[in-house]
Design a protein around this ligand. Sequence first.
Ligand code: AMP
Length: 401
Amino acid sequence: MLFSSLPLIQPILKAVDKKGYTTPSPIQEAAIPVIVDGKNVLGRAETGTGKTAAFSLPIIQSLSKLGNKRHPSALVLAPTRELVEQIKDSFVSYGSFTQLKVLAVYGGVSDRPQKQKLAKGIDILVATPGRLLDLINQKAVMLKFISHFVIDEADRMFDMGFIVDVTKIMNMLPKNKQTLMFSATLDREVMALADEHIGTYDVVDVANEKVDLEHITQQLFYVSKRKKIDLLKLHIKEGPAVQTLIFTRTKRGADQLSKLLSEMHLKVAVIHGDKSQHQRLRALQGFKSHKYEFLIATDVAARGLDIPALPRIINYDVPEQADAYIHRMGRTGRAGLSGDVYTYCSKEERLLLKPIFKELESPLSSTTHPFEEIVEAKKIQARPFAKKTGRHRYRLSGRKR
Ligand code: AMP
C-alpha cells in the first residue's frame, strides 16, 4: 500500500514524501482512515511502529482546513520531555507544508519562553501533564477550543504516576472532541480509562501481529458444520489438557458453544461484543488465572484484549479475513513456546481458505488425521514463512523484512 491510497491531502503527502517514507506502517494503514473519519481511537502500538505519524497526519489534515487559531485546537499529552520533543518535531516536519504552529511544553526548564509562545497563539500543543497543569493554573493556556486530544503512551502515564494529572486535564476538555489514545499494552487500567473518558471508540491493534510461525503447527480439518462439535469434543478429550482459546464468527455461535461446553462440565468463559467491558475483563482474568480452561471469543472482542500466550487456538469457524487468521494465530507460539492452531472448515467455508493460503503462501499437503471416523480431514504443516511473516514485522525503514 502507498501513502497516496490513504485519505490524505497533498500537503501531507508531500511532507511524507520529503521524509522519504514510501509505505505506511501497519498502525498507520489501520489507524489513519479511522482517524480521518473523525472516530475516537484506542490504539495499541509501541514506540518505533510509526504511531506518531498515525495520529499527527490526520490531525494536521483536519486543522489545516480550519486555519490558525489563537488558542490550541489540538492537545497531545506524553509522559516524558523527550517524547514531547519528538512528537513536536514530528508535527513540525509532517506539517511543513501547512501554516500550523506547534509548541512543546514540559517541566524542568523555565516556563517563561513557553508562556511567551503560548501568548502569541499556537495550534497544536504537546505537553507533559504536570507542566500543562502549571500553565493552566497560571492561566497561560486555555483548553476551551481543543477539538483533537491525544494521550500517547497511556500505559506509561500509569506507571509513572501521572494518571491523576491526566484525568484532571481530561475533565477540563470540551465534551465535543476527537480523542485518540495510544498505549503499548491495553491492560485493565488503560481500558478503564478509555471506557470512562472516551465514550465510543474503535480499537486499532496491530501489536500482536508478529507471528512466529516457526513454533506453530497449523492443522486444517474439513468437517461438516454439524459435526464440528464432535470434532471439538474429540480434540478436548484426546488432546492434551491445555488452555484453549476458541474463536467463533458470531456472538450467537460463541454463546451456543459456551453452553455446550458448560454442559460437558468444562470451565468456560465467553467474550463477545454484547458483553460489557467489565464482563470481558472478568472473563479474561479468570482465563489468565486458569479458573477457566476455555475462552470462547469473537474476533472483535478479542481485539484489544491482552490475551496471554496460549498452547492451543481453535478456529471453530474459518475467519472471514486472512488478517484475522494471522491475528488469531498470533495468540500462540510466542516467546519460543510451541503452539497448535486448529481450523475447522465446513464445505460452505472453503472459499474463505483461499485468501488465507495466499497470505500464508502455503499449499495444502496430503491427508493424515486421526479422526477419519468422524470427519474428512486434511492436515497442513506450514512451511517456515519467513517471507510472509515479514508483512507483520514491519521495519520502519519503509521496507518490509
Ligand atoms: P514512532 O513510532 O512514531 O516513534 O516512529 C518511529 C520512527 O519511524 C520515526 O523515526 C519515524 O520518522 C519513522 N517512520 C514513521 N512512519 C514511517 C514510515 N511509514 N516509513 C518509514 N519510517 C517511518
